[in-house]
Design a protein around this ligand. Structure first.
Ligand code: DON
Length: 310
């Protein structure tokens, strides 16, 4: 891709403007009450390239609740910590089910389909809780290192809101424990999981933090190895097949990038060898993915020819 930065900024601005009428096509997540208070008309885009250039438009520097985008970071930490043994406890198949579904977990004896649905992320949270003496601090410290700033925080309102409306996640964790696939105490696991979901970050911070996945595991800004090339490949593969939940097939079909959504309205999309796109717009479609975000990532990928399947 050889667009210069000024052109890219103009293109992103035009794409964002073209979506102004589409906020009403989705609904802001309200099953976590604190998220329902977010202004549905806020929206931003950031594109970070591994050559060091970052472009942003709209509310790209405004922090929002990263929610399930945190599952990507938790997964990398767990892979680094326990290696291939992780894959004896969680699969790498798309679920074809809503992100918080419990049905499949019973049929499949407490082994989650993949690490980015809620059951899989709770399993990863168990690994982190069991293998770090202070897993929440370790998670925050990892995020701060990747974002290049200490100013990354947990939104305590969102955390409390998740904790008091977390019965479905608790049910997933207890079901896995009944099958012997969970080691730590469930309240500790839930506390870790809700903490990582409640981290607030901006599009710009998220895009820059994930550059290592576009660069074979190495952070291009510092040359620090964040994960092995093999694990970067594996995470991107899982994001391609499962990162957009039961819209992952359609997203691969129409966009063609590894991506992860969160019910805060964020989407990150990895462009291997180039960089990371992050969009934010809170109203969600029926799959829990941002309506405008899906449109924007699709339009950016199309406009710049970024699909990995070309
Ligand atoms: O556990 C939950 O339901 C939320 N904390 C995260 C869900 C989420 O972001 C799903 N993504 N689209």
């Amino acid at each position: 891709m050889n667009n210069n930065i000024v052109n890219l900024q103009d293109k992103l601005q035009a794409l964002l403007l073209s979506q102004q009428g589409n906020f009403v096509q989705g609904s802001v997540a309200d099953y976590i009450p604190a998220l329902a208070k977010v202004n549905p008309a806020l929206a931003g885009i950031s594109v970070a390239a591994i050559d060091g250039k970052t472009v942003g438009v709209g509310d790209y520097q405004r922090p929002f609740s990263i929610q399930s985008i945190s599952k990507v970071f938790g997964l990398v930490m767990a892979m680094n910590r326990i290696g291939d043994s992780l894959w004896q406890r969680v699969n790498m198949e798309p679920s074809g089910q809503p992100f918080n579904s419990i049905i499949q977990l019973e049929w499949e004896k407490g082994i989650p389909r993949n690490p980015v649905i809620n059951a899989g992320a709770l399993l990863v949270a168990d690994v982190l809780t069991s293998h770090f003496s202070a897993s929440k601090l370790a998670f925050l410290s990892f995020m701060r290192t990747l974002a290049g700033t200490e100013a990354i925080y947990v939104d305590n309102n969102v955390y409390q809101s998740e904790l008091s409306h977390g019965n479905r996640n608790a049910a997933l964790a207890y079901l896995m424990k009944s099958f012997g696939n969970i080691q730590a105490d469930i309240p500790a696991i839930l506390s870790h999981y809700f903490t990582q979901c409640s981290v607030s970050m901006s599009c710009e911070q998220l895009a820059q933090s994930l550059l290592f996945l576009a660069n074979k595991g190495v952070d291009p800004r510092t040359n620090e190895v964040i994960c092995s090339p093999k694990d970067a490949h594996r995470v991107n593969a899982i994001l391609s097949t499962s990162g957009m939940y039961d819209q992952s097939g359609e997203f691969a079909f129409s966009v063609g990038l590894p991506a992860k959504s969160g019910v805060g309205g964020g989407i990150i999309a990895i462009v291997p060898g180039y960089g990371v796109i992050c969009t934010w717009s809170p109203p969600l479609n029926k799959f829990g993915n941002s309506v405008v975000g899906v449109n924007l990532v699709a339009a950016i990928a199309e406009e710049l020819g970024l699909s990995i399947y070309h």
